[in-house]
Design a protein around this ligand. Structure first.
Ligand code: SAM
Length: 418
């Protein structure tokens, strides 16, 4: 094989890991900058970086078992070793390719050290990683908030490739699709498939469905059926707007990001659904009328999406969570003013941090006596997908685990007293 075959993808993976771990970027943003690569190499680089981020604590334990002196956490040698080992464990890359593509990354640097550690570990044989420890601060936080069983479930789930969930505009079409494609429906208008290529699935072009984790489809199910005029606040790229529009409500979708609203526009075109789109910062914008219902799917640390986006576990530092909580409180205060008496405000976050969920709603209710929690009715959400207490809905790692699991989520429906 030519001497640098496979190296550009690994070099890009190294840069992506650096962008995520040192500069706090998302993997998607870091991957989008690898414009010098052909698509297949870019996809490989993202896959390697993703497999590495899933397993850092366990990979580090392996590396430490083969070095006399502990390598600094942010040293290039450790990062190269992490990504080399992640390929073996997560992607099944053969030993010779693991070594041949790792060493050029440390040319002129700790090449002998990296070669020695890789040789030792590959000869010893790498363990099958059926669970992956999460970063220590995250495990401590989730242990304190949710207990050991939830941490253990999250360790098992992050090691598995999550299934593919589709949402449908039409309930009959979802049942048909599930039958025809070996899928399983866990809720109305939902189909779960073993992961496969989205573009190859029937109906993508004609827009009968869109990709949406089952947990992410739950908040829009709490919009009251009788609400005519609905505001979807923080709406892009639009999974929830499409659900609300498909359910027959009139939707106004607001988001501060023009580019993300562009994706929402494309999604609506593809699915033949409609909504009024507004580009605005919801902290500054004021609507001209009040609404029957508002969905506020607030920006958050997104730690509930740790299975598909393991970098969130490194980005969600306490300062980031505190900044998000302040923004969420501001958005809740704004949204509360735009609701008709008797109207419903559904608040949701794809976060496993109580600061962004339970604590936000508790603080809101303490400060706003004109609102009360309205618990879900028995038939509104699939019972197996939700743990319920105090009238809000909390989706934790471990729920529906045998079926492939769910993203972590929090949602609450508040009603403005009439
Ligand atoms: C969790 S995402 C929304 C996902 C979306 N609801 C869906 O189902 O596809 C949060 C969104 O909030 C938007 N956002 C952040 N701050 C905002 C603000 N001050 N005003 C309006 N939108 C904001 C972001 O651009 C992002 O699209």
């Amino acid at each position: 094989m030519p001497s640098d075959e496979g190296v550009p993808a690994r070099r890009a993976a190294l840069q992506m890991l650096d962008a995520v771990l040192r500069r706090g970027q998302t993997l998607e943003a870091a991957g989008a900058r690898a414009t010098n690569l052909v698509p297949v190499d870019r996809a490989l680089a993202s896959a390697i970086a993703g497999e590495t981020l899933r397993r850092i604590p366990d990979l580090d334990a392996l590396i430490d078992s083969a070095t006399k002196q502990r390598l600094p956490d942010d040293s290039k040698a450790r990062t190269v070793l992490r990504l080399a080992l992640a390929q073996k464990v997560g992607l099944g890359t053969p030993d010779h390719a693991v070594v041949a593509t790792a060493l050029p990354l440390v040319d002129g640097g700790p090449r002998r050290l990296v070669h020695g550690v890789l040789g030792t570990l590959l000869r010893r044989g790498l363990p099958v990683m059926e669970t992956c420890r999460l970063p220590e601060p995250v495990e401590e936080r989730w242990q304190a908030a949710w207990g050991e069983d939830v941490v253990l479930a999250a360790r098992r789930l992050i090691a598995r490739r999550p299934p593919l969930d589709l949402s449908f505009a039409d309930g009959a079409a979802s049942d048909e699709f599930a039958q025809a494609n070996g899928g399983r429906s866990l809720a109305p208008r939902h189909v779960r498939l073993e992961s496969s290529s989205v573009a190859d699935l029937p109906g993508f072009g004609t827009g009968g469905w869109w990709v949406q984790d089952l947990a992410a489809s739950l908040p829009a199910r709490l919009i009251p059926t009788l609400a005519k005029d609905v505001l979807d606040l923080c709406a892009a790229p639009g999974g929830k707007t499409m659900q609300i529009a498909a359910a027959g409500h009139r939707v106004t979708s607001v988001d501060s990001s023009e580019s993300r609203l562009g994706r929402l526009r494309e999604n609506l075109q593809r699915t033949h659904l409609s909504a009024e789109l507004v580009t605005a910062d919801a902290l500054l914008w004021t609507p001209k009328r009040q609404f029957d219902a508002i969905l506020l799917d607030a920006p958050c640390s997104a730690t509930g999406t740790y299975r598909r986006h393991p970098e969130v576990l490194y980005r969600a530092r306490p300062r980031v969570i505190a900044e998000n909580s302040a923004l969420q409180a501001g958005l809740l205060d704004r949204a509360a003013q735009w609701l008709k008496p008797g109207g419903a405000l559904v608040y949701s976050v794809c976060s496993l941090e109580p600061d962004e969920g339970e604590e936000r709603i508790t603080a809101f209710l303490e400060a706003n006596s004109g609102f009360e929690l309205q618990p879900r009715a028995a038939d509104e959400l699939p019972a197996s997908a939700t743990a319920n207490s105090r009238g809000w809905v909390r989706v934790l790692p471990g729920l529906l685990e045998a079926e492939g699991g769910l993203d972590g989520f929090f949602m609450a429906r508040l009603v403005r007293k009439g």
